[in-house]
Design a protein around this ligand. Structure first.
Ligand code: DAH
Length: 342
């Protein structure tokens, strides 16, 4: 009888204990307390030894029934706890798939970069190689070797940032021509994009800007080759049907020198605001490489001839995209730049 009461008490304690179960971890703890090797039910089994032998089988059955009951009870609760835990996890990890996604801010190329890339692809298609040159130059490479010695009046055409007596910030990518011709035997066909510097500052000038230089040297190169290449360049950059014309000009490093105009791509040559009514727009300087320059670089001007050209990248970008102030290209204002997003 005493045993029966003990069994009822254990049942009651189990019922009491499971009520507090909040997690699988506490569940395991409580289960061990009753069903583990040293648990209450096992010790009850051990106590069978103290009973008179005839009572042992009967009592054994009762204890086994208790164990079975307890196991079922725990199983039931375990299931309930697991379902609750899973529910809580679902709640915790819930995501609202209907929320608007985070938009990625897409960057864009700077107009200068777009023009350089376009020019490089046009000229690379004609077999030009890229030479980057250097921004700090000596007076010799920027001027003297380009047939512009110290007392030459053409130095007035390009105000210069000097870095001491011999060094300066290059005023033109033309300086790269000399490095190339000193180091490479003709045939030479190079394209040289880069930054240049001049103390100029207004709506169409900036102390730092970008140029693209081209140089071709070989046997039998003529002004006709330059004209043919320019026609191709104009059609590819400004649109098919755009023509070029050459006007006489002066640069110390070319003879003859020309200013190159393209027919106005806005009005087709009839005359408009962009071309100031003339039907033509000036885009670059060019000419046949001066004999003196070839000689300075160790190339025989009686064997080889060449042409060169140089253009302002910002100027091309301003024309092509209708930008009226060069400053906009250097300020980095996103409101301006995002208009060029593809
Ligand atoms: N370097 C000249 C300038 O900055 C542009 C130029 C003119 C480059 C004629 C050339 C050229 O290579 O042949 O104004």
């Amino acid at each position: 009888m005493e045993n029966m009461q003990e069994i009822e008490e254990i049942k009651a304690r189990i019922e009491e204990a499971v009520k507090d179960i909040k997690s699988s971890a506490t569940m395991r703890e409580i289960k061990m307390k009753f069903l583990g090797k040293a648990g209450e039910i096992s010790s009850l089994m051990k106590k069978l030894r103290d009973l008179p032998p005839e009572m042992r089988p009967e009592m054994g059955k009762i204890i086994n029934a208790l164990r079975e009951w307890a196991e079922n009870r725990f199983d039931e609760f375990e299931k309930a706890v697991k379902t609750k835990e899973l529910g809580a996890r679902y709640e915790r990890e819930k995501i609202d798939v209907t929320l608007p996604g985070k938009t990625r801010k897409k960057g864009a190329f700077h107009p200068d970069t777009m023009i350089v890339d376009e020019l490089v692809s046009v000229f690379a298609g004609m077999g030009f190689e890229i030479y980057e040159g250097r921004e700090i130059e000596t007076d010799y490479y920027n001027f003297t070797a380009l047939n512009t010695p110290k007392d030459h009046p053409a130095r007035d055409m390009q105000d210069t940032f000097y870095l001491g007596a011999d060094y300066l910030l290059r005023t033109q990518t033309s300086a790269g021509q000399v490095h190339v011709m000193e180091n490479k035997k003709p045939p030479i066909k190079i394209l040289s994009p880069g930054k240049v510097y001049r103390p100029d500052d207004d709506a169409t000038h900036s102390p730092m800007f970008s140029q693209m230089e081209g140089l071709v040297v070989d046997k039998g190169i003529t002004l006709c080759d330059l004209k043919g290449m320019l026609d191709e360049f104009a059609a590819r950059i400004f649109g098919s049907g755009v023509k070029t014309r050459l006007r006489p000009s002066y640069f110390p490093f070319t003879e003859p020198s020309v200013e190159v105009d393209v027919s106005c791509f806005a009005c087709g040559g009839k005359g408009c605001k962009l071309c100031k009514g003339t039907g033509w727009i000036e885009v670059l300087g060019a000419g046949m490489v001066n004999r003196a320059v070839l000689e300075n670089c160790g190339i025989d001007p009686d064997v080889y001839t060449g042409f060169a050209f140089g253009m302002g990248i910002e100027r091309i970008a301003m024309l092509k995209y209708g930008i009226n102030n060069m400053k906009l290209l250097f300020e980095g204002d996103v409101r301006f730049l995002k208009q060029f997003r593809a």
